[in-house]
Design a protein around this ligand. Structure first.
Ligand code: F6P
Length: 326
């Protein structure tokens, strides 16, 4: 195995609060261990265009509290082609970068896996996505902050929902994953969460109404995960207007507000631990694994598992929500 002297770092896909804390942790842990560090801009695109800069400890000063990513991010189509990946490999050779740390979600780690296999190149992944949908880790970087953003927004909407005695459908992110919707609903005392994981099992809207929806309440809030399987908040509201016209319905789509903001303490700590663990992993000779956290312990999850396996929703949470919304 070739010796690693210089480590490249990039962020890719949808940004997530805590990515900067992760960049800082990777950079500083690498320098601490005697490596050189290079920051690659705009995700995999920067590997193709050669947008790369040497990073010293000062380059990551004063960023732990900032949302977004100082390295910028992109979803790069060219990297999905063999020609694009060859260009990326040529850039890495030219720049003398011997290993990569990739911070991103499912799509980004899929790209990392393909590249690592094609070129036998060492890559460590960090789970950076607000969706919390990567298998093998209890938490992803950005999820806790997004959950807190949802909580603050829903608390505000509750004021007006209750004044007007309305039914609100609030759409939250989490493409094809109900973690934000389900835990957001528990944290804000919502009536229900409509999530993709159980969309095919039952008609969640029908179940909601049949179970005596709004019984003793004069207003209700339902969180809906944005996904073709749930239909999204707009579609559900339309259904209610047609099928249950007695309800005064409104829709709020929280959108990209969920991706921004200063990271929570939990995300900063998670990103710092994971970033530091990425360097330990490379030193130990680990290749093509994602750093995860399970029961508060750092674990290495092979890319093949992290991206291929579906992370299951904890059914106990569904029961808790049901029980507490009576
Ligand atoms: O994967 C993260 C995520 O925030 C999803 O929840 C959402 O569906 C998607 O990104 C939106 O991405 P964008 O608007 O940046 O293309």
């Amino acid at each position: 195995m070739a010796t690693i002297k210089c480590i490249g770092i990039l962020t890719s896909g949808g940004d997530a609060p805590g990515m900067n804390a992760a960049i800082r942790a990777v950079t500083r842990s690498a320098i601490y261990a005697g490596f050189e560090v290079k920051g690659i801009y705009r995700g995999y695109r920067g590997l193709i265009t050669g947008e790369i800069k040497q990073f010293k400890t000062e380059n990551v000063s004063n960023i732990i509290q900032q949302g977004g990513t100082i390295l910028k991010t992109a979803r790069c189509k060219e990297f999905q082609t063999p020609e694009g990946r060859q260009q990326a490999y040529d850039t890495l050779k030219r720049e003398g970068i011997d290993a990569l740390v990739v911070i991103g979600g499912d799509g980004s780690l899929t790209g990392a896996r393909t590249f690592a296999q094609e070129f036998d190149y060492p890559i460590i992944g960090l789970p950076g996505t607000i969706d919390n949908d990567l298998y093998g880790t209890d938490l992803t970087i950005g999820y806790d902050t997004a959950l807190n953003t949802i909580m603050e927004a829903v608390d505000k909407i509750r004021d007006t929902a209750s004044s007007h005695e309305r039914l609100f459908f609030i759409e939250v992110m989490g493409r094809d994953a109900g973690f934000l919707a389900l835990n957001g609903a528990i944290a804000t005392g919502c009536e229900a969460a409509i999530i993709p994981e159980i969309s095919t099992e039952i008609d969640q809207l029908e179940e909601l109404v049949e179970n005596g929806f709004r019984k003793s309440k004069n207003s209700s809030i339902v969180l809906v995960a944005e996904s073709p399987t749930t239909g999204g908040a707009m579609q559900l509201a339309e259904r209610v207007k047609n099928e249950y016209p007695q309800y005064d319905v409104r829709v709020t789509i929280l959108g990209h507000i969920q991706r921004g903001g200063s990271p929570s303490a939990q995300d900063r700590i998670l990103a710092s631990r994971m970033g530091s663990a990425a360097i330990d992993a490379l030193i130990e000779g680990q290749r093509n694994v994602m750093i995860g956290i399970r029961n508060d312990e750092i674990v290495y999850v092979p890319f093949s598992k992290a991206i291929k396996f579906d992370k299951p929703i904890n059914r106990e949470l569904l029961n808790t929500l049901r029980r507490l919304s009576i």
